[in-house]
Ligand binder design. Structure first.
Ligand code: AGP
Length: 602
């Protein structure tokens, strides 16, 4: 899991300090326990604690770890086995000679566990990960060869980082699906599950691809194919950021900061791609006219908020380019699709570029013969590396687990792609739409500066047994996004429905305690949505309309009427509603319970 964090170090510095520094930078991804293992004069020093990294730091401050120049660390997001000290990583073998940290899930764990127990191993945790440490107890002396044999026996998705006290100058890492970044200076080496953890010490790194194993020594990284241990040449990628940990500053939380930063991110995603006369140009992204004309059909693959951005794009493509498109939940796609029509372009949309469901769907689409374009906020991510074309979202680091600026920049990037497809096919977008796109950052800044949600609505939502969001057409995707934000942040149960569905069942849920929020950024649906809202308010619901006037208890009027402009502005009050309800209920904002920033476990 990128949901877990991995950090490793070998070199002259005090390993414990480097490990904690790296893990701190991975904290935002979400985790529930943390631990480190160091080589200590021929044995393993191990400290693991359930809870925040801070808890582990306090333990280490009270009784400082031994000086050591090699170690591995981990922040765990529980899958197999509850949240406890003994289930936290690193794990060691019976003899305490090998230590391992693991991200992912070992699917044949039951079988391996039975085999190890039969052979007399003593297992001390409920995790699938510990099994790897025990499997490393036997086999060839060389750690790389030994790990390669163990890794070949493990089914599922994983990133593993291991150390052996008898080989204190090296770490070995192997990857199947879960990310690993590695970098070195002249006399040291660093490993992490995300390059952001390496930024204080390195400016470039390599990324392991699936089926690769790395031998990591001070100043020297060698990568081999797991299959036959043949050496592989790797490319160095720049690491973004200056090593400074981002700071939420006056906003208090990253969610609020990222929400307020959206106009800046929107300008960045458009820069150089949309000119003053309304011409869209994606040539610098490697997307030319010939390619744009060759697309006959589009399948979007994404999860969560990214999927909602795709659902909006489907509406726009149908309307503007008359191009058949569908947005598929990536996790379902590979089990349901056995063929793709020739000329299909698969578009994978992912903030992190590491979401396993989206990655698996992308690979499936490739196997079915499609070309793949990805929209990611991390151009060196696995999804980007495995795509034919990449559009960088340029949203900047998104730290909050609940997405704001990545979602809206996805909407803009997809609108730019729609416009580019339209222009290449001589069916251009109405000029007002492109005008709205250019105007929207400035309009949004003014809107955000002046906008306030009434206390009454926040309190009603905070106490509600549920909140219903409604929409039609493009507004159905906006309703889904509003509902997702609210449930992620505030833990208030909520659901989005196509307004037409209301009378077919969901209306039974509505009474005076259930707010109904209607998204209406496409005025063509205003008449029908007015009726849906009236049906809910007639039953006592607190009605909110975002967009066109519907006669709601609370009317949120948006200062742009063009569909794309109104949609982007309409996302802002929904994002604000979610955080304000969450704050009223005392929920943690940046790291909601049970969630992780990038979901790398199926
Ligand atoms: C958004 O608020 C969520 N945290 C989540 O649904 C997210 O959008 C989803 O997991 C997809 O992530 P990705 O964009 O990194 O692939």
């Amino acid at each position: 899991m990128h949901m877990c964090g991995i950090m490793g170090y070998v070199g002259p510095k005090q390993a414990a300090e480097v490990l904690l520094g790296g893990l701190k930078r991975l904290e935002y991804r979400g985790y529930d326990s943390a631990g480190i293992a160091l080589e200590d004069e021929g044995s393993i020093y191990l400290r693991r604690k359930a809870g925040a990294l801070r808890v582990l730091e306090e333990v280490l401050a009270e009784s400082p770890p031994p000086p050591s120049h090699i170690g591995i660390g981990h922040t765990r997001w529980a899958t197999h086995g509850g949240v406890s000290d003994r289930n936290a990583h690193p794990h060691t073998d019976c003899k305490g000679e090998n230590a391992i940290v693991h991200n992912g899930i070992i699917e044949n764990a039951d079988e391996l566990r039975a085999e190890l127990l039969n052979a007399g191993h003593v297992l001390r945790s409920e995790t699938d990960s510990e099994l790897v440490a025990h499997l490393l107890e036997t086999g060839p002396a060389d750690l790389r060869v030994r790990l390669s044999e163990v890794a070949r026996r493990c089914e599922g998705a994983y990133a593993l980082l291991v150390m052996d006290v008898h080989q204190p100058d090296r770490l070995v890492a192997v990857r199947r699906t879960s990310p690993i970044a590695i970098g070195a200076t002249e006399n040291e080496a660093y490993v992490a599950s995300g390059a952001i953890a390496l930024a204080p010490w390195l400016s470039e790194c390599i990324y392991l691809d699936d089926g690769e194993i790395a031998d990591i020594r001070p100043g020297k990284i060698e990568v081999f194919r797991l299959e036959d241990l043949e050496p592989i040449a790797k490319t160095l990628h720049p690491i973004e950021g200056d090593g400074e940990l981002p700071d939420a500053g006056e906003h208090g939380t990253f969610y609020r900061k990222e929400l307020m930063e959206q106009p800046i991110a929107w300008r960045r995603v458009m820069a150089g791609r949309l000119d003053d006369v309304g011409q869209v140009n994606l040539r610098d992204d490697g997307i030319d006219q010939e390619f744009l004309r060759s697309v006959e059909r589009i399948v979007f693959l994404a999860m969560g908020s990214s999927l909602h951005a795709c659902q909006m794009a489907v509406e726009r493509l149908a309307e503007v380019v008359h191009l058949p498109a569908q947005a598929e939940l990536a996790s379902e796609f590979r089990d349901t699709r056995t063929f793709l029509e020739p000329g299909t372009l698969a578009i994978a949309v992912s903030q992190s570029g590491e979401t396993i469901d989206t990655l698996a769907a992308l690979r499936h689409a490739r196997d079915l013969g499609a070309k793949v374009l990805s929209l990611v906020n991390a151009p060196a991510s696995t999804i980007a590396r495995e795509s034919d074309y990449v559009l960088d979202l340029r949203a900047g680091f998104e730290i909050s687990v609940a997405s704001t600026k990545a979602f809206t920049t996805q909407v803009i990037a997809l609108e730019l792609l729609t416009a580019a497809l339209a222009q290449a096919r001589a069916c251009p977008l109405p000029p007002t739409d492109l005008h709205a796109l250019r105007a929207v950052p400035t309009v949004a800044e003014d809107f955000l500066a002046a906008f306030h949600l009434p206390k009454e609505l926040i309190e009603t939502c905070a106490q509600a047994p549920g909140v219903i969001f409604l929409g039609r057409g493009q507004d159905l995707s906006l309703a889904r996004e509003g509902s997702l934000k609210l449930k992620e942040l505030s833990y208030v149960w909520s659901e989005a429905f196509a307004a037409g569905e209301l009378k077919h069942g969901p209306l039974a849920l509505v009474d005076q305690r259930v707010p109904v929020i209607v998204c209406v950024t496409d005025p063509r649906h205003a008449v029908k949505l007015r009726s849906s809202l009236a049906e809910a308010t007639a039953r006592g619901a607190y009605g909110v309309a975002v967009g066109s006037k519907l006669g709601a208890t609370l009317q949120v009027t948006l200062p742009l009427k063009e569909r794309i402009g109104a949609y982007l502005l309409g996302a802002l009050p929904l994002q604000l509603l979610a955080v304000e309800v969450a704050e009223a209920r005392g929920c943690p904002i940046d790291q909601p319970r049970n969630l992780a920033k990038s979901v790398t476990v199926e």
